[in-house]
Write a protein that binds this ligand. Structure first.
Ligand code: KG4
Ligand code: ZN
Length: 408
């Protein structure tokens, strides 16, 4: 963040349009914890140990507006997001959403000190709608446009404000948490499944990514197979609550055997969900073969329960293995906390299972901030501004460095 910006950045607007949610938020930031010297030291100051820029955050924020327009019903007939439809719907809704957000915040556009926006990764047409709107907003008001990495942004709420319920907390001051390092992060969304070790702010070492589907994508595909609609994750979770996890033997991915792929050399703890999709398909075929074309309600619930049980078991298994790896690997270190975010982090069964599986302090993104939203983009802008990165619109994620060499 340019030094002068923080002084002006009492009100920070933010936009998210990377996939099928159009979202606009306004944050009020209280930097009164930082003295005059700090106020000009954002980019110049650095921590003695690493030379990384010092992290200069407000000590508390208020979410003045948090608006999310979901396109779920628009994409439902197609069983997944149609990029062209998504981009057009963002165009149709973003201007009114921004006006309404400012109205709720009690502000004019010119009152905002900066605007943050998702620059990627995402559906490039959808990203461009939000990015260009934000550029226009910034130009018209003479304020900076802060381009944010969407995947990193998913972790920002878990890092800073693990509790936030928009129906109660909009307009109330939220103290920012001070995250502990080293830490482990897991981002599980519809497009990504990434586990990383963070020695400190601004540094990530990738420990695992998916060999095939992202976890949320697998939830969506199995939900589609079961005829549950889109987005499938929450619908499948609701069915799983009614089902029997003992009915089908779904294999927990990558839990047996010692085969190491090229991927293992780069990421020691990869994820995989394609085998679980196949297991779900086989289970539906077996049910159909025994009782006719239609799946019964009990079949749907049981298959959902078995899939969710194995998928969440896999996520927990990767995390517990990562904790062991961090504690023993010479280039890593025991972790002080775990942060978990992304759409799948909203899954109640996963939250409960992971809480049981580890004693390490665990921070999930608040439920309302697990899926795509602009509040996480604003929070990430506060974090990202500290390392002075500027990002151009992009569709793919620039992965963190890996432990290449140590696992070859
Ligand atoms: O983070 P997100 O909103 O968008 C991306 O950046 O991808 O994640 C959306 C994904 C979808 O695949 C959705 O089905 C999944 O998160 N999801 C869930 C749940 N809620 C959303 N998966 C499992 N259980 C849930 N409760
Ligand atoms: Zn997302």
């Amino acid at each position: 963040m340019p030094p002068s910006l923080r002084a002006r950045c009492r009100y920070l607007a933010a936009i998210e349009t990377s996939c099928d949610e159009t979202s606009f938020s306004v944050l009020e930031c209280d930097f009164s914890n930082l003295g005059e010297a700090d106020a000009t030291a954002d980019l110049a100051g650095s921590t003695p140990a690493t030379g990384l820029p010092a992290l200069a955050l407000p000590h508390r924020v208020r979410v003045l507006a948090h608006l999310v327009h979901s396109q779920g019903s628009l994409h439902e007939p197609f069983g997944g997001v149609v990029p062209e439809v998504a981009a057009r719907d963002h165009l149709a809704h973003l201007p009114a959403l921004a006006r309404e957000g400012l109205r709720r915040a009690g502000l004019r556009a010119a009152d905002c000190g900066a605007i943050a926006v998702t620059a990627g990764p995402g559906l490039i047409g959808a990203v461009m709608v939000g990015y260009l709107f934000a550029q226009g907003f910034a130009e018209a008001n003479g304020i900076p446009c802060l381009a944010v990495n969407h995947v990193d942004a998913h972790l920002a709420p878990a890092s800073l404000i693990p509790r936030f319920d928009p129906s109660q907390d909009c307009g109330t001051w939220l103290s920012l948490r001070k995250p502990a390092f080293p830490r482990l992060s897991l981002t599980v969304s519809g497009g990504h499944c990434l586990m990383a070790f963070w020695p400190e702010w601004g540094q990530q070492i990738l420990l695992g990514t998916t060999l095939d589907d992202a976890c949320g994508e697998a939830f969506d595909k199995v939900a589609k197979l079961l005829g549950l609609g889109y987005p499938g994750g929450p619908l499948l979770e609701a069915q799983a609550r009614l089902g029997d996890t003992g009915r089908f033997a779904f294999p927990v991915p990558l839990s047996t055997g010692t085969a190491r792929t090229r991927q293992h050399a780069v990421c020691p703890l990869p994820f995989s969900f394609s085998g679980l999709k196949t297991a779900a398909l086989r289970a539906t075929q077996a049910c159909r073969a025994s009782q006719g074309e239609q799946l019964g309600q009990k079949d749907i619930a049981d298959i959902a329960a078995c899939f969710q049980d194995a998928a969440t078991h896999h996520l927990c298994d990767r995390i517990t293995k990562a904790l062991e790896l961090c504690a023993t690997h010479p280039n890593l270190a025991p972790v002080a906390e775990i942060v978990v975010a992304g759409g799948v982090a909203a899954n109640g069964a996963f939250r409960a299972k992971l809480a049981k599986a580890t004693n390490v302090p665990l921070f999930f993104a608040p439920l309302s901030l697990c899926g795509d939203n602009a509040t996480m983009i604003a929070l990430q802008a506060l974090l990202q501004a500290n390392d002075g990165r500027h990002i151009m619109p992009f569709s793919r994620y620039d992965f963190a460095p890996t432990l290449t060499g140590h696992f070859a």
